[in-house]
Design a protein around this ligand. Structure first.
Ligand code: UD1
Ligand code: UDP
Length: 364
């Protein structure tokens, strides 16, 4: 039995191809939701958009401090794992849900598969970096999206036969939903936008938006881009960011703020944007896959492949550098390679998990 553990927006999206594979193959599996994300537009909307089955369990942990949230998720997951005794649990990415699920299972001697293993920003001030490192080091099966990720794992002494390069399931999710997104309700019409006639922004990294100077500086950079190009700046705002904008009294002149978009709407917005500015991990990958230029509002990235192929640039959070980086990305012509695989990662991962009783490692 496979236990698919998830808890936040990106985990639901990136686990969706794996869940679909389990459904198609009629496998014995269940979804365990931590409840880390719980607002309709951060959670349920994605189960509806992606037509996913209901989680068998939802721990409803909600928000909290790093340790408080982690502790609640861990005890909740432990109870379910003891009750269900799955053969393997799958976690995806780098959130508190991921680290906690991996740790709880490893201590119960339940095998752990980490989807999107081996990403490194080498910045331990990010909670996500700590989560990734811990999850990787307690996992039995490391599904690395790229050769770079595999190399990082080897450099940390992780055994080669635990690692499989599968591509990233975000490619599967984009390919599976891109056409559906085109046919669905047209968010561009609703917002009065022209293809290539707007900029799209997301920002929610704790180290950016919880810091009033950085948040103000990012907004000043976005306003400068808006003034220079006279194009709308569309910002579907993460609830953490909305909370901080209100707390710090940041004004958003010239920026069109909206609620977080559903995945199909967001894919439409991304595909048709002139440029995307973001501090999201998943959005850096998606823009690379979709061939849309990206400016990353961070000083580092655990997605270096997007920069190497020419689809992304690091701008940090300084207003001037954001404008210069936007100019730079807008001047780049031609397309770039998608670094994240051919959209078959979900199938490959499920095949490996389904055969674990006869496998001693990822590769044998
Ligand atoms: C979490 C992950 C981050 C991931 C992001 C995806 C960690 C440490 N962080 O960050 O890696 O990129 O999810 O979006 O696991 N809130 C709501 N409704 C919700 C969820 C959150 O209003 O459904 C608000 C609450 O005020 C909460 C804040 O957002 O305090 C932050 O939520 P939290 O889950 O702690 O972290 P994220 O910033 O969402
Ligand atoms: N996304 C979405 N609606 C939005 C913003 C993002 O559906 O309004 C999707 C996006 O397509 C991507 C994922 O959310 O697949 C990225 O999640 P997020 O930025 O919250 O987390 P990260 O990837 O940084 O962990």
């Amino acid at each position: 039995m496979i236990s698919i553990v998830l808890g936040t927006r990106p985990e639901t999206i990136k686990m969706s191809p794996i869940i679909r594979e389990c459904e198609t193959r009629n496998l014995d599996y269940f979804i365990l939701h931590s409840g880390q994300h719980y607002s309709y537009d951060m959670d349920r909307a994605f189960f509806e958009d992606l037509e996913l089955p209901e989680p068998k369990y939802n721990l409803d942990v909600g928000s909290g401090t790093q340790a408080g949230q982690t502790a609640k998720i861990m005890t909740g997951i432990e109870d379910i794992l003891v009750k269900e005794s799955p053969g393997i649990i799958l976690v995806q990415g780098d959130t508190n849900t991921v680290m906690t699920g991996a740790l709880a299972a490893a201590k119960l001697h339940i095998r752990v598969g980490h989807v999107e293993a081996g990403l490194r920003s080498f910045d331990r001030t990010m909670p996500e970096e700590i989560n990734r490192v811990v999850a990787d080091h307690v996992s039995d099966y490391l599904f690395a999206p790229t050769e770079t990720a595999r190399q990082y794992l080897l450099n940390e002494g992780i055994e080669e036969n635990k690692i499989c390069v599968t591509g990233n399931t975000i490619v599967d999710a984009v390919f599976q939903n891109r056409e559906i997104a085109k046919k669905g309700a047209d968010i561009l019409d609703t917002l009065g936008l022209e293809p290539q006639g707007y900029f799209l922004v997301t920002s929610h990294r704790q180290e950016n938006v919880d810091n009033p100077e950085k948040l103000r500086s990012i907004i000043a950079g976005l306003e400068a881009v808006h003034r220079e190009y006279s194009l709308p700046v569309i910002f579907p705002m993460h609830p953490r960011t909305r909370k901080m904008v209100e707390r710090f009294g940041v004004s958003l002149d010239g920026i069109s703020v909206m609620s977080p978009a559903g995945f199909l709407e967001f894919l439409q917005l991304e595909s048709n944007a002139r440029l995307v500015l973001t501090d999201s991990g998943g959005v850096q990958e998606e823009t690379c896959i979709l061939g849309v230029p990206c400016v990353t509002l961070r000083e580092n990235t655990e997605r270096p492949e997007t920069i190497e192929v020419g689809g992304n640039v690091l701008a940090g959070t300084g207003a001037d550098r954001i404008l210069v980086s936007a100019r730079e990305m807008l001047s780049r012509t031609g397309s770039w390679q998608n670094s994240y695989g051919d959209g078959t990662a979900g199938g490959m991962i499920v095949t490996i998990c389904n055969g674990i009783s006869s496998r001693s490692s990822c590769t044998r």
